[in-house]
Write a protein that binds this ligand. Structure first.
Ligand SMILES: CCCCCCC/C=C/C(=O)SCCNC(=O)CCNC(=O)[C@H](O)C(C)(C)COP(=O)(O)OP(=O)(O)OC[C@H]1O[C@@H](n2cnc3c(N)ncnc32)[C@H](O)[C@@H]1OP(=O)(O)O
Length: 308
């Protein structure tokens, strides 16, 4: 139902083209392609936009840029998570798309993580549905066969960090004000096993243990030191670096890279798929505890006071 609505509402823009494109290059139909025609071809883009996500697919390079656009902080509510999973699935089945750059349209913020208001003062059915949407986003992103690059152009705590960690490569803007990490314990909550698994895979057991217990948020340079991100670049170079890294990754034959990626990620994906229902039950029984609700409410109040 939601999927149908989203597809009906999407704006599909097709720019003019002078010929046929394939993901792997230009197919020449008649005679020589002029430089003007090449220019037109190289600008062929498909764009679609939903409420909280915009996607631009460059059919020449096969690279889509997916932007989160939910001001003020791109917090991940049910609708954004659902749009995200649907858009990623659309790109996944689109033979013209080989890579996705995930970034933010909101200045200074990549994503503030899960929308805390989705986890406060609601009923058990809501929490169950919300958690399923969080799982779905992760299964789709971490399990994507495309090359995924996080262009982290702002702060990225908790669920925002999880999104970045789920990509193949992370580039963050060099700005001391930005922080990234899994800070759940600072909210008085526990990151679930699959958050723990993925950060352990990326930064190793010792660093993950310290990072998770203390709910650490790192500056870009400190994140680089522990391997939480792969590159720190000037703020105005984040997108161009992401495009350059993507072009490099796309020189590899898809099938070899995809099978290798799947081999590396399958155990963690399988673990969540196998325990999915138990993980939802666990989340619901945990989040409905009075003590957890109090912690989250206090954290939200603290955020609001800070903002005043
Ligand atoms: C067994 C399972 C157990 C449960 C596991 C659950 C796993 C949880 C994962 C999560 O992702 S929980 C969310 C954690 N997120 C955070 O801790 C981030 C909190 N936000 C911030 O630190 C800051 O807002 C920011 C992102 C650094 C941006 O700072 P800035 O100064 O630019 O903006 P603010 O004034 O702080 O915020 C503006 C506005 O947005 C509201 N807000 C911020 N974050 C969230 C959020 N995650 N959810 C909902 N709302 C959020 C904030 O309250 C302000 O609202 P107003 O005061 O304007 O109404």
């Amino acid at each position: 139902m939601i999927a149908t609505l989203l597809i009906q509402h999407e704006k599909l823009e097709q720019l003019p083209s002078g010929g046929t494109l394939s993901p792997y290059g230009v197919h020449q139909k008649h005679g020589q392609i002029t430089s003007q025609a090449l220019q037109l071809l190289s600008s062929q883009r498909r764009q679609f936009s939903n409420t909280y996500i915009s996607v631009k697919l460059d059919e020449t390079s096969g690279v889509a840029v997916m932007k989160l656009k939910r001001p003020p902080v791109n917090s991940l509510n049910m609708e954004l998570l659902t749009e995200f999973a649907i858009n990623l699935e659309k790109l996944e089945i689109d033979r013209g798309c080989r890579g996705v750059i995930l970034t933010s349209a909101v200045p200074r913020i990549f994503s503030a993580g899960l929308d805390i208001t989705e986890m406060c003062g609601k009923n058990a059915d809501h929490y169950g549905e919300f958690w399923r949407a969080v799982q779905e986003m992760w299964l789709k992103l971490y399990g994507s066969s495309m090359v995924t690059i996080a262009a982290i152009n702002g702060s990225s705590p908790a669920g925002g960090c999880l999104m970045a960690l789920s990509c193949d490569y992370r580039i963050i803007a060099n700005n001391k004000k930005y922080t990234i990490g899994l800070n759940e314990t600072q909210l008085g909550i526990v990151a679930p096993f699959w958050f723990k698994d993925i950060i352990t895979e990326v930064i190793g057991h010792r660093a993950a243990e310290r990072s998770l217990q203390l709910g650490m948020l790192y500056s870009p340079t400190d994140a680089l030191k522990i391997g939480l991100v792969d590159e720190v670049v000037a703020e105005d170079k984040v997108q161009s670096t992401a495009s350059a890294v993507m072009a490099q990754w796309l020189t590899l034959p898809d099938h070899a890279r995809q099978i290798t990626k799947s081999m590396m990620r399958k155990p963690s994906l399988d673990r969540l798929v196998t325990h999915r229902e138990a993980d939802i039950t666990n989340f619901v029984s945990y989040i409905t505890r009075d003590s957890i609700q109090k912690s989250l409410q206090m954290y939200m109040e603290m955020l609001k006071k800070k903002g005043r």
